[in-house]
Design a protein around this ligand. Structure first.
Ligand code: A3P
Length: 325
């Protein structure tokens, strides 16, 4: 499964140079926008279109693999933590005891569940242990992920909250010398679908339709449901990824313990300190993935007109589909 990073950008140079591009450095590939042509050194959070092309050509999924898919800022970190805790609950006992040595109490969930389209994964795919994540749209996934009979869990989120979360994230990524992107500029790009892995709506629709056509292989979750009814959604997730809770585990309160361990409060506290990572050298700090962790925070940032624009766009895009937002 190993793919040599050093040759990837060179290998796809001609293919990428033929793609439509725009000023902000993104290119359009198979209907979605991506960064291209650069890799931050040693980053575990770096997505370039060349990686998607390499994965499409070479990635081999196994039937036992589980992929966590999402558009960025939809709840990926939370889903990673929950899935990791569920799948490894025998190896790593869940306990709310302050002396607990559960890895999520010292290590960021992104270190245990790598994005497949990143430099660190491509250089060292073996550390994934069958649980991986991706922001690649459904229609551009490597064929072996579709054909291998493995499971894909998608998390969707209200587009207004995704937009506000991304805008904050994007500006946090900028260094002190760069000018922050204004809310208006970011809003216009997002609504036109021009952001990494955008258009957001098409990303959601691809996985939503796949979940209808292949319900045994694709589970469609929403951030809002996960907030509203965390325990039941976690049970649904565990069942889907092949390790349902036993009645004894439920009676013993294990589901609630996993929910607590992976809660925004717990993980944001633990990740305040940028602890050394075991698997990757990091450019991003651990706390960048945690901001508010609530539903509807976008209303505090968007004007009424902006909210109406996104809502109208979303209704048009999701027309005829039963996608909650
Ligand atoms: P906000 O910016 O609205 O707070 P992603 O993980 O896909 O990058 O998404 C990040 C969003 O999920 C951020 O939303 C972040 O605060 C929220 N988040 C991270 N961990 C969470 C958790 N354990 N529970 C709930 N929300 C969480």
């Amino acid at each position: 499964r190993k793919i040599k990073m050093s040759i990837i950008i060179e290998r796809y140079k001609d293919k990428v140079s033929a793609l439509p591009k725009i000023d902000n450095g993104l290119c359009k590939y198979e209907g979605f926008w991506y960064c291209h042509g650069f890799w931050l050194n040693d980053s575990n959070a770096n997505f370039s279109v060349e990686a998607i092309m390499a994965l499409q050509d070479e990635f081999q999924a196994l039937p036992t693999d589980v992929f966590l898919a999402s558009h960025a800022k939809s709840g990926t970190t939370w889903l990673k933590a929950l899935s990791f805790a569920i799948l490894n609950r025998t190896k790593y006992k869940i306990s709310n005891d302050s002396n607990s040595s559960h890895p999520l109490l010292t290590t960021n969930p992104h270190d245990y569940v790598p994005f497949i389209e990143t430099q660190s994964f491509l250089n060292n795919p073996s550390y994934a242990n069958g649980l991986m994540a991706t922001h690649i749209p459904y229609t551009s996934l490597p064929k072996s992920i579709i054909n291998s009979d493995c499971r894909i869990v998608y998390i969707s989120r209200n587009p207004k909250d995704v937009f506000i979360s991304s805008w904050h994230f994007m500006n946090k990524l900028k260094d002190e010398f760069s000018t922050p992107t204004t809310l208006n500029d970011a809003f216009e790009s997002f609504c036109r679908g021009i952001n990494p892995n955008g258009p957001f709506w098409d990303h959601v629709i691809g996985y939503y339709k796949a979940s209808l056509g292949r319900p045994d292989n694709v589970l469609f979750l929403t951030y809002e449901d996960l907030i509203k009814d965390t325990e039941n959604e976690v049970k649904k997730l565990a069942k889907f990824i092949g390790c349902p809770f036993t009645s004894k585990e439920e009676d013993d309160g294990l589901v609630q313990e996993i929910v607590n361990l992976c809660s925004f409060e717990k993980l944001s506290e633990v990740n305040k300190v940028n602890k050394d990572s075991k698997n990757t050298k990091k450019v991003l700090s651990n706390d960048i993935y945690f901001r508010k962790g609530i539903v509807g925070d976008s209303a505090k940032h968007l004007t009424t007109e902006m909210m109406q624009i996104i809502d109208k766009l979303t209704k048009e895009k999701y027309d005829g589909l039963n996608i909650a937002f």
